[in-house]
Design a binder for this molecule. Structure first.
Ligand code: NCD
Length: 418
C-alpha cells in the first residue's frame, strides 16, 4: 500500500469534537493529528467534513438506455452529491444475468465512471448464481418480487431455492418486496392502491417465510412503518419516500410515479418515526427521460432520480436540528459498507480516504444544478446542502462544480476469482 501523504484535510471537526488535521495516503487515512510537511493542504475550518456516502441502490443505465443516463452522467451526479461508491442494479438492457454481461458492465464503468462502483447480479430462473459470485457480483438483486420497470417478477418456486444457493455462497440477497393487486394504473392514487402498503407488507412476510435456510436479506426501498417492523433483514429507505408524498403531486403527474409508490402524508410521517430502525438510506436512482415520463399514466415508466440529492436533503434536516449528523453518516456510509463488505470511509487510520466537504449553507434544489442526464428532479425547491469538494481514495475528484481524476475503482464481491 502506498502511504505517501497526498493530501491533508486541515482543521477537521471530528465526531468527538476534537479538531485535527487528517493526512490521506493514496487510498487510506494515514495520520490524524498535526500535518506533515510537503503535502497538499485543504483548510476545512468551519466546514462539515463527512465520510463520503455509498449509494447501494442506483440504476446507472447506459447502452440502449443512455438517453436516460450512463456511467459518465450518473457517476458525476453521484459525486456532486457526496457519493463516491455506487452499487449498480442489474435490470439493465440486457440484464446482468451472465458472467459475460457482468464483465461488460464492469468494463463500461471502468471506462466511464467518475466514482467507484460495485455491480449486483440479477436473480432469474436462468441466472448462474455461483458463476456470478465468482465473476465478482457484490450481492444478488434487487430481486423483483413484483414486476417493475425493466424487471420481471420471480415466483416463489424460483426464489426459495435461489435464496438457499445465495446463502450457501455466504452472499447477500437484496429484495424488491412488492405484490401487485388488480385495478387500473391511471393515477398516483391508483398506483398506490395497486401496490398498496398491505401488499408490500405481505411481500416482506412471504420472502421471510421462503427464506428457510437463513440467507442474509436486505429489503430495498421499504415505504411504510409496517413493512419495516416486519422486515427480517436490513432495511433500506429512499429519500423520495421520506421527503415526498401523494399530496405533493397532481394525481395524474407521472413524475411522481415510482415503485414502491409514494404514500400519503400520514404514512410519510410514520416513516420518519422509524428513523432509528432504518439501516440504510439509498436513492434507488432510477432516471427516465422527460419525454418517457410525459406519456399517459399507464405507459409512463416508474422511477425517480436521486443519487445527487440524497445526502444534501438529509444534511438540510441535520442543520434544521431534525436528525443527528452521526445518524446520516451511519445510514449513508458506515452501514452500507458493513452490509456489502466494502472497506469503510472514515476518520480512523486505515479507513478508506473518501470524504465530502460541505459548507453549512442550505440552498433550494433546481434541476439545472444537477448532473443526471434525465434533466429533472422531483425535489425542486427542497432545501439541500451540497458538497464543495469531494475526495476519493485521497484525491480530489470534485471541486466547485468541476470533476477531476476519472479513475474509478471496482469493488468486487468476496467470491471474486481473478
Ligand atoms: C426502477 C427502474 O426504473 O429501474 N424503477 C422504480 O420505480 N423504482 C426499477 C425498480 O426498482 O422498480
Amino acid at each position: 500500500m502506498d502511504t505517501r501523504p497526498s493530501l491533508v484535510l486541515g482543521n477537521v471537526a471530528l465526531p468527538s469534537g476534537r479538531v485535527a488535521d487528517i493526512t490521506l495516503g493514496n487510498v487510506r487515512v494515514t495520520h490524524v493529528g498535526a500535518r506533515p510537511l510537503h503535502a497538499e493542504y485543504l483548510d476545512c475550518s468551519g466546514m462539515l467534513v463527512l465520510p463520503a456516502a455509498i449509494d447501494m441502490h442506483v440504476h446507472m443505465r447506459g447502452g440502449v438506455q443512455s438517453a436516460k443516463e450512463n456511467w459518465t452522467s450518473g457517476s458525476m451526479s453521484a459525486l456532486a452529491g457526496g457519493v463516491t461508491v455506487v452499487v449498480d442494479q442489474p435490470n439493465t438492457i440486457p440484464p446482468v444475468s451472465s458472467p459475460e454481461s457482468l464483465q461488460d458492465r464492469v468494463r463500461d464503468a471502468r471506462e466511464h465512471s467518475f466514482c467507484s462502483f460495485a455491480v449486483n447480479s440479477s436473480v432469474t430462473p436462468e441466472t448462474p448464481l455461483e458463476s456470478m459470485w465468482e465473476a465478482g457480483a457484490i450481492a444478488f438483486g434487487e430481486t423483483f418480487y413484483a414486476r417493475s420497470s425493466y424487471g420481471d417478477a420471480v415466483s416463489d418456486e424460483v426464489l426459495k431455492p435461489a435464496l438457499k444457493r445465495i446463502h450457501a455462497l455466504g452472499a447477500l440477497a437484496t429484495i424488491h418486496a412488492e405484490t401487485i393487486g388488480d385495478g387500473d394504473d391511471t393515477s398516483l392514487m391508483c398506483h398506490d392502491r395497486a401496490r398498496s402498503p398491505e401488499a408490500e407488507l405481505r411481500a416482506v412476510q412471504s420472502v421471510g417465510r421462503l427464506n428457510t435456510g437463513g440467507c442474509r436479506l436486505h429489503f430495498c426501498h421499504l415505504s411504510t412503518k409496517q413493512s419495516i417492523d416486519a422486515a427480517p433483514g436490513s432495511v433500506e429507505v429512499t429519500p423520495h419516500h421520506l421527503f415526498l408524498s401523494l399530496e405533493d403531486f397532481d394525481t395524474t403527474d407521472t413524475f411522481g410515479k415510482v415503485n414502491p409508490p409514494l404514500r400519503t402524508e400520514k404514512e410519510r410521517k410514520q416513516l420518519w418515526g422509524m428513523w432509528e430502525r432504518i439501516d440504510v438510506i439509498a436513492s434507488d436512482h432510477a432516471p427516465h427521460t422527460k419525454k418517457e415520463k410525459a406519456q399517459p399514466f399507464p405507459a409512463a415508466p416508474s422511477g425517480i432520480p436521486g443519487t445527487e440529492t440524497m445526502v444534501p436533503l438529509l444534511l438540510a434536516q441535520v442543520i434544521d436540528g431534525k436528525i443527528p449528523l452521526q445518524s446520516v453518516v451511519e445510514k449513508t456510509s458506515y452501514r452500507p459498507a458493513e452490509i456489502l463488505g466494502i472497506p469503510r470511509a472514515g476518520f480512523r487510520i486505515g479507513d478508506r480516504a473518501d470524504f465530502a466537504v460541505y459548507q453549512k449553507i442550505p440552498t433550494p434544489v433546481t434541476p439545472e444544478m444537477l448532473h443526471s442526464r434525465c434533466g429533472w428532479t422531483p425535489f425542486e425547491g427542497h432545501m439541500a446542502v451540497f458538497p464543495r469538494t469531494v475526495i476519493r481514495e485521497g484525491i480530489v475528484v470534485f471541486r466547485d462544480g468541476e470533476f477531476f481524476n476519472k479513475e474509478s475503482v471496482w469493488f468486487s464481491g468476496k467470491g471474486f476469482r481473478k
